[in-house]
Design a protein around this ligand. Sequence first.
Ligand code: AMP
Ligand code: ZN
Ligand code: FE
Ligand code: FE
Length: 279
Amino acid sequence: MRHKEMPPFRADLHCHSTCSDGTLSPKEIIDLAKSLDLLGLSITDHDTIHAYKTVLPYAEEMGIKMISGVEFSTEHKGVSVHILGYSFSLKNQAISEFCLKHKERREKRCLAILELLSDHRMPILEEEIYALQPTGNIGRPHIALAMVQRGYVQSVEEAFKRYLAEGKPCYIKGKAFSVEESIDLIHQANGLAMIAHPHLLKHSSLLNDLLKMNFDGLEGYYASIGHRTYLDWIELAKKKEWLITGGSDFHGNIKPNALGSSWVNQDVFEKLHNHFLAA
Ligand code: AMP
Ligand code: ZN
Ligand code: FE
Ligand code: FE
C-alpha cells in the first residue's frame, strides 16, 4: 500500500536476503527496515526459509514484528507463476522438505545452464557460483553475477537480456512444481497463499485458472508500480474476500526496488501476524 500520507505502522511483506538472491543478509535487512521506520516485515526468499533460522530474535530485539514468508517458484501450463506463502509454521516438516527439493532442482538447473554457457564459450566453474551463494540456493542472478565477474557481460541485466531470460539461448526451465501442490503445501503448514506481483503474469488466460484456485489473497501493492496498475486486481480480491498484501520485492543492490517502497498497514499485518502466532 502507498498513500500520500504514510501511517506510522508499515510492514513490507516481500523482500529477498542472501539466503536466496538478495545482497543483504537477513540481519542487514532488519537494520535497514529499522532505519526506514518499518515496523513489520516478512522475508520472502525464493524457495527457502533459511533466513528464519536466525532472524526472529534479532527482529524482536530491534522492535520489528515478523511473519514467516517464502516465495515459491511454480508453473502452470508451462508458464512461471510466483506464489507468496505467509504465516505458516516454521516447524512444519513438509515445508522444509519442499524447500530442499527446490534446492536440488536449482542445483541441477544451474549445472545445465553452466553447460549451455560453456557451449557458448563462456565457461564458469560451479565453485564460482557457490562462492556467491554458500547456502546453495542458487538462482539465475548468481549465474549472471559470475558472468559479470568473468567479463563475459557488463551487467546482470545484460546477462539476462542476452542469455538467461526466458526464451534466450542459455535459459533452462528445469523441473517445476505446480501451483496447486505449492498452495496445498502452504496450507498444510497452516499458512496463507497469495498470487505474487500479478501484473507480471505473462498470459491473461492464466488468470482465469489462478482465480479458481485455492489462494487466500494476492499482492495488490508492489514496489513503486503505480496504484492504477493494480486497481482491477484489488477489485477482484475484494470480490473474492481475499487478503490484499504488499511489498517491495527488495533484492539489495542487484535490483532497483527499494525496501519499504510498498507495504501493508497495521490492520492487514495484524491479521497475518495473528495467523502466524496461531500456526
Ligand atoms: P530464478 O529463480 O533462478 O529463475 O531467478 C529469478 C530471479 O531472477 C528473480 O528474482 C528476478 O529478480 C531475476 N530476474 C529475472 N529476470 C531478470 C532480468 N531480466 N534482469 C535481472 N534480473 C532478473
Ligand atoms: Zn529474486
Ligand atoms: Fe517474484
Ligand atoms: Fe520476489
